[in-house]
Design a protein around this ligand. Sequence first.
Ligand code: FAD
Length: 520
Amino acid sequence: MSDLAKAAGQEWDVIVVGGGITGAGILREAARCGLKALLLEQKDYAWGTSSRSSKMVHGGLRYIAQGQIRVTKESVQERERLLKEAPGLVNLGSFAMPHYEGKFPGPLAFGTLLNVYDFLAGKRAHRFESQTTVDHNLIPGLRQEGLKGATLFRDAIVDDARLVMRTLDEATQDGATALNYCKVASLIKDSGRVCGVVVNQGENSHSIAARVVISATGAWSDNLRKDVGQEPVVRPLRGSHLVLPAWRLPVAQACCFMHPDDKRPVFVFPWEGATVIGTTDLDHTTSLDDEPVISAEEVEYLLKAANSEFPSANVQREDIVSSWSGVRPVISSGKDIDPSKENREHAIWDDSGLISVCGGKLTTFRLISREALEMASSYLPGYTVPAVENNAVLFNSPETPPDDTRFLALGADLQNRLSGRYGVRLPEMLVLAGDEDFERVGVTDFLWLELRWAAKAEQVKHLDDLLLRRTRIGNLLPDGGRELFDRIKTVMLNDAGWNESQWQSELERYQGLWRQAYSI
Ligand SMILES: Cc1cc2nc3c(=O)[nH]c(=O)nc-3n(C[C@H](O)[C@H](O)[C@H](O)COP(=O)(O)OP(=O)(O)OC[C@H]3O[C@@H](n4cnc5c(N)ncnc54)[C@H](O)[C@@H]3O)c2cc1C
């Protein structure tokens, strides 16, 4: 019997639709509270926006600039919490904002914003550095004309897809069930009230009952809300990124500056040993069922940004290793305004028992998830979402740190990285590993051990699940990792039980997808 058929044979307290960070967060909180919870994702976990963000866990300087102090405070507190609970997965990052003569933002105005930022975080963590220090020590290669200096501040960086996996894993350890490649086709209603979902798989259609259904389908939210008579509200806005080898544009910190054409903030930042340029913000008009793809105009826009700020780098199209695009789940104001002027706040609705949550950001996923669950609790008599206790951890660690000598030989950074990504699963992973599995995958910080673990234990159904979300090899290595396909094949045959013909068709699928949506 398939996992889906087994799930259909049970009655659930909560069905969560959508396996991005919001759905994962809701599942985590629901399971922690003892609810019987099932998550269904139409494609792969984090396939939606949650593997395609700019990877920043941040307070959101734009919120302070707009006077939204409460939102900034919550974001900064969540950032601090994630840094504390998931070190190695969420890491402190250094950020720099260069200042130019007569250009916005000046050091004084920016410093004032950061004073508030630091006050809310309870730490002073910014400083201004002069033009000479910036040029000689901090950000060599930065445009010199009119450069006054730069403000350095701190925020955090995450692997967003791994944050989803870690959150799902914590939920399943608490008894929840999560299934990928299970698309909710429609809702079941009883006297007009939503009481379950229908999932079609192959020839079979499965009806699954629940006391409440929560849609955490982000940019896809309108689809299920249509089933309960609601008008569309989402304005899907695409943001794209380019990945370069670090040596082509080496940066030690995330450098934020204004695009010369439209004065939007753009980042050049170090990520996973590469340099990333991002992002854009424009209406996404192609089908949400397909992978979002960077346009030629976006490539030019991002290259222009990087080359105007780092003129001597002279980055060309040929330098680009890969790209990725994501769609922001933005609630439309209904006005004909510039995409960047749309509000990025999340919204939660209750439509005849379908709770839908849409918008927001990675950083505050725990708070958004709790809010959605609170609204759902009116359909769960006898149940209330417990108040936030300061010591209620989101992520657990192994009771005793692993003492495998091969793990210890990796050094503190890689140990920390693995602990942050795999939490209490780490000891099991290490048992699985042969000595050769501690080698890095190409020039990346991923280890072969991680591929083997994903193939065995992380519901990898397609090659792109493994190379674009469980790991980022597809974005970090030339041609999506082509040089390593033979060894990856061995992993999939041995650990995932694939056969030769399955490997061949998966390889074709992956290469087609990579050419279409992850190259330029
Ligand atoms: C370019 C870009 C940069 C960003 N940068 C940042 C950043 O640096 N920091 C930050 O905090 N935030 C950032 N964000 C925002 C953040 O990424 C999103 O807010 C967050 O990932 C949304 O998560 P989600 O779970 O709500 O949606 P998603 O991750 O999109 O998850 C929704 C899921 O629902 C699934 N689904 C849809 N319909 C169905 C169905 N019928 N049945 C089953 N499953 C279904 C989809 O496949 C999808 O996986 C960025 C967003 C973009 C686009």
